[in-house]
Design a protein around this ligand. Sequence first.
Ligand code: CMC
Length: 391
Amino acid sequence: TGLVTVDPGFMNTASCESSITYIDGDAGILRYRGYPIEQLAENSTFLEVAYLLIHGELPTQDQLTALNNRVARHMHVHEGIKTFLGAFPRDAHPMAVLSGAISALSTFYPESVGRSPEQIELATVLLLAKSATVIAYLQRRAGGGDLIEPRRGGHYVDEFMRIAFSPESGEIEIDPAVRRAVDLLLILHGDHEQNCSTSTVRIVGSSHANIYASVAAGVGALSGPLHGGANEAALRMFDQIKESGDTIEQFVAKVKDKAEGARLMGFGHRVYKSYDPRGAVVKKTADKLLTQLGGSDETFQMAQRLEEIALSDDYFIERKLYPNVDFYTGLLYSAMGFPTAMFTPLFALGRMPGWIAHYREMLNDPRTKIGRPRQIYTGEVERDYVSLEDR
Ligand code: CMC
């Protein structure tokens, strides 16, 4: 089998070839299918980008209308899924429930389970549609509200926000600025090549596990604070700094000291050794929208100050640590009315097209083999069994 070398964290191991997303970490460049993230964030909608990621080209108006309609038609979920969501403790972390619910979708929609092009096409629509409803329902449960039915039609983001926030007695009007910001945040999270959760989706799928099982595993990977969970961790960090009475300088000193294991959450990236281009768009948006949405200006100012201090400090300069996408997103989600625990499920909703696109790319690549890394064994060579009474 040739020479095996250890590569912890796969710093230098490419697991596949992919034509979905390009990143130049030194230059801070991110492109989906060749289109710069800034242009997509400025001009497109989430489902348009989902189509692009999954099918490789921007949709025509007819293709986009067809996708919108199909997704809208499938947003309702089986009664059993609602019962399932209701069975968890009220304070259950929504990422745990989401992972379970996505895995369970395969049992409610068996006609979409399998590796044929028709099954994958149906599962693609069901995942986009039903995960939005499930996440909106998780928000409703967090707010103590009863579940309301999706309408068959309408804009994806409007419908998501309507299910998440409408009181039972009526319907909320979605502020166009909020709709735009949600679309933009979902687009920014659309794909990010071989990150931890996407690699997880691919490796699980490489065993021929179905797309729901693979995406559910991706949700588990995303929940970690070093990955998607960083958006939640960053906001909790801002709150902790406020509550501790520490100055920002004192907090940064503790991070540099590494004694308490604290990291600056929302900072640093395996690939970006410059400003995360997604982070730059989020910061610009936060700057514009927080006043309009009535978000916490005080926290935004603190975050900016934290960024400024870190970026002029040798520790962060030498290690090329810059804000990543998760540093400012929580401020926006929070201003939109989402509780902190819902931030990572929102990331999951945005990443759904990326996970789906990678699963499909893996499935269609004739070189795909089961993901099965090697190891270097460091244990005992060989020894004889010792009976229990002699140990
Ligand atoms: N705060 C303080 N020090 C840091 C940080 C940070 N956020 N990130 C990295 N470092 C230090 C780290 O201690 C190490 O120092 P030294 O060379 O002295 O040992 C050096 O920088 C290199 O770090 P690393 O852990 O080897 O880098 P990595 O590529 O394995 O990890 C990372 C990347 C994103 C896990 C890490 O930067 C981190 O933990 N950041 C905070 C969590 C976070 O914001 N994650 C979101 C990532 S972007 C979106 C997503 O994927 O969801």
